[in-house]
Structure formats: structure tokens, C-alpha cells
Design a binder for this molecule. Structure first.
Ligand SMILES: [Zn+2]
Ligand SMILES: [Zn+2]
Length: 187
């Protein structure tokens, strides 16, 4: 049997929880570190985590990689030093955030920890980038997952992001790319 002191402690804990739910409704916590946050926080992240996201504002016009050193010689080149000697099968690529240990956490969380809600926030980041740079497009396609990997993971993270991006940008998502071979995991 619980002592009176324990009972009182439980009641006190319940009151605290009700109070916390009132301040942070719908169990709103930072999607990276799980700290409670305000419902209106951008991308559902706490201030500290949000600061760690490095948005690419001045990416290469060809490959989208962040350009660290601008030099006068590079100004006339349609691309950065990385893509200068390369031929791509696309006209232009755009990146939203720098690939750092921190942004990796978001991708890893989505891919390997079943945090499928991350796809919504990643789609929001992409939507903002598309709006800022006034990028117009007709369809959204997603990278397919090999059927064995899809079976193992249970979902295709790229398809999930595409679904949300389609919703917020009101653009049709088309399942039009096939995968012939199972490639080695990139990350
Ligand atoms: Zn956080
Ligand atoms: Zn480049």
C-alpha cells in the first residue's frame, strides 16, 4: 500500500503534468532534442536546435552546394569548383541546408528511427526554399527505394517528403522513377 506521502506525491505529479500539458499542448517537443517548445516554433524545433541548421543562401547555381570561398576567378564560371569539370544529367540542383552532423540527425531520425513526422518538417524547409527562390515546377518526383529495402524499412522516406511537399505546394506527386539495381547505402 502506498503511504500518504506517496499519494500526495502522485497527486502533485499529476497536477504538474496537467499544468505542463496546458502550457505545451499536444505534447509539443523539439523534434531533435525532445525539449518542450512553444507550438508556434519554426519547424517544431527549440531555439538551440534551430540555430544549428545552416541554411544555404548562396549556393552554386549549378549543383546547389554551398560556396565557401567566393573568388573573382569563379564569378564567370557557371558553377562552383566542385562541378566545374563535371557533367550532370540535370540543369540545376538546389540545396536547402548544409549537410552537417546536425542535419544528419534529422535524416537519420527519419530513415532509421521511424520518426516519419520528420518528413513534414523537411518538406516545410524545402517549401520555404522554393518560395524564397521563386522556383516553379510542374511535378514532384521521389527517389524510389529498392523493394527489399522498402520491405525492411516499411516506408520510403523520399516518398513521404514528396507527399507533404505536394500537399503544401499543391503540386502533383508522380511515381515515375523505377530502380533497377540495389545500390550501396549512401548514409
Ligand atoms: Zn532542440
Ligand atoms: Zn557547383
Amino acid at each position: 500500500m502506498k503511504s500518504d506521502l506517496n499519494k500526495k506525491h502522485d497527486i502533485f505529479k499529476n497536477i504538474i503534468n496537467i499544468f505542463l500539458e496546458f502550457i505545451y499542448p499536444e505534447n509539443i517537443t523539439c523534434i531533435i532534442c525532445n525539449k518542450p517548445i512553444n507550438k508556434e516554433n519554426t519547424y517544431s524545433m527549440c531555439k538551440n536546435c534551430f540555430k544549428e541548421l545552416h541554411f544555404i543562401k548562396d549556393g552554386c547555381i549549378k549543383c546547389g552546394k554551398p560556396i565557401i570561398n567566393h573568388s573573382l576567378e569563379k564569378i564567370d564560371i557557371a558553377g562552383c569548383s566542385y562541378c566545374f569539370s563535371k557533367n550532370f544529367y540535370f540543369d540545376k540542383s538546389t540545396s536547402c541546408i548544409e549537410y552537417t552532423d546536425f542535419s544528419k540527425k534529422m535524416v537519420f531520425g527519419l530513415k532509421y528511427s521511424n520518426k516519419t513526422y520528420m518528413s513534414k518538417y523537411i518538406a516545410n524547409i524545402m517549401k520555404e526554399k522554393l518560395d524564397i527562390e521563386s522556383i516553379k515546377f510542374d511535378y514532384i518526383l521521389f527517389v524510389p527505394l529498392h523493394k527489399k529495402r522498402l520491405k525492411k524499412r516499411g516506408f520510403n522516406q523520399s516518398q513521404k517528403i514528396a507527399k507533404y511537399l505536394g500537399k503544401v505546394s499543391e503540386i502533383q506527386v508522380v511515381d515515375a522513377i523505377g530502380r533497377k539495381k540495389k545500390y550501396k547505402k549512401i548514409i
